[in-house]
Design a protein around this ligand. Structure first.
Ligand code: SF4
Length: 358
């Protein structure tokens, strides 16, 4: 799957990537560095003019180092985040004085420059020197989390570690610079934040987010989780093929007095498959023999203060599991008489059997 991802990305880049940027294919580390610093907090369209004016005014790092600070800041005017400009001036002076005007050519030294983080260092190292360092920016996080269906929040240490390792494994060893540019372009024009072009995506056959209908839920950020995202996994426990377990919702929560199936709630995506469900089934039903019949795609519902998402997992068993206190077994034929929240009736309707559940 990983090798396939990289091969398809490179093929897309060769044949279909038409995204043009003036610094694309650039090998001069100074120009790459300049463009990356400008783009750190600025959109491409806004940064373009600044990049061109800077290159005209200071064609090399030595020119930039020699220029009066006032002139550099004047040229930066309007771009905001002036620390970037301060770092630009300091780094140009450092390279000019300490490195004889020669831009460093190894990742560690590039990373040690003021204002250069892991992303910028990887971009310079791979674009200018073809060194095998994978970039990890917003585009890359999005593409990887969707394609591999990763629900670890991207803004946590665990997430950063996981994505860094994955990005490194996927990197094209012979053409890391080309690969890095390709994945960022792919995220910008195909796997876009809003309305990604899944229909014409070369990765669509293996994309986990598309498969489970969770494209718009990924990538996940911890900050978002704090905004109350609820993942509801409903188990439709069918006993001897003619009854199902339901219960009335009580307590001060959404959908009070409405009915629901057996609920397993999480604050993050579970991506249910046979492997992830085994411990959940054990937790819910003990050692009871249960057969998984079907797993639905993800359903969504936006409430005023909560984002609800979840799936419906149909199960079959022979007796009511002893762990299911609080649930009642009702005939499937009577299920239509019970009031369900919209989230559940949407699934019932999609099954297209409004009068008879199964
Ligand atoms: S199928 Fe859609 S979500 Fe998946 S990688 Fe392609 S564009 Fe992104």
């Amino acid at each position: 799957m990983k090798a396939d991802f990289t091969a398809k990305l490179m093929k897309w880049n060769r044949n279909l990537n038409t995204r043009a940027m003036p610094w694309k294919g650039e090998k001069d580390p100074y120009k790459i560095w300049l463009s990356e610093i400008i783009l750190q907090q600025t959109r491409v369209e806004q940064g373009l003019g600044y990049y061109e004016r800077f290159i005209r005014a200071f064609p090399t790092v030595k020119h930039l180092a020699k220029a009066p600070q006032k002139k550099v800041f004047k040229l930066w005017e309007g771009l905001g985040y002036y620390t970037r400009c301060k770092n630009l001036v300091a780094t140009a002076a450092f390279i000019s004085k300490e490195k004889k005007g020669i831009f460093p050519a190894d990742y560690e030294t590039i990373l040690s420059l003021k204002g250069v983080g892991p992303y910028t260092a990887a971009a310079i190292a791979s674009f200018a020197y073809n060194l095998p360092h994978a970039v990890l920016d917003g585009n890359v996080f999005r593409v990887l989390s969707r394609y591999f269906g990763i629900n670890t929040p991207i803004d946590t240490p665990a997430g950063k570690k996981l994505y860094t390792m994955l990005a490194h494994e996927l990197l094209h060893r012979k053409e890391p610079g080309l690969y890095n540019q390709a994945i960022m372009d792919f995220g910008a024009v195909v796997c876009k934040p809003q309305q990604p072009l899944c229909g014409q995506c070369p990765q669509k056959n293996d994309c986990q987010a598309l498969k489970y209908n969770i494209v718009k839920d990924l990538p996940i950020k911890e900050k978002q989780l704090k905004k109350k995202n609820r993942w509801l996994y409903y188990f439709i426990v069918e006993i001897k093929k003619d009854t199902v377990l339901i219960r009335k919702r009580t307590g001060k929560d959404i959908w009070e007095n409405l009915y629901e199936f057996v609920l397993y709630e999480r604050n993050q995506l579970l991506a249910p498959g046979k492997k992830t469900l085994t411990p959940v089934l054990k937790e819910l039903f003990g050692n009871q023999l249960i057969h998984i019949k079907n797993i639905s795609p993800v359903f969504h519902q936006q409430l005023t203060h909560q984002t609800i998402a979840g799936q419906f997992i149909e199960l079959e068993t022979e007796t009511i599991p002893v762990t299911m206190r609080g649930y009642e077994a009702v005939k499937k034929t009577t299920i239509k008489k019970y009031p369900f929240p919209k989230f559940i009736s949407a699934w019932l309707q999609q099954k297209n059997k409004p009068l008879q559940l199964f």
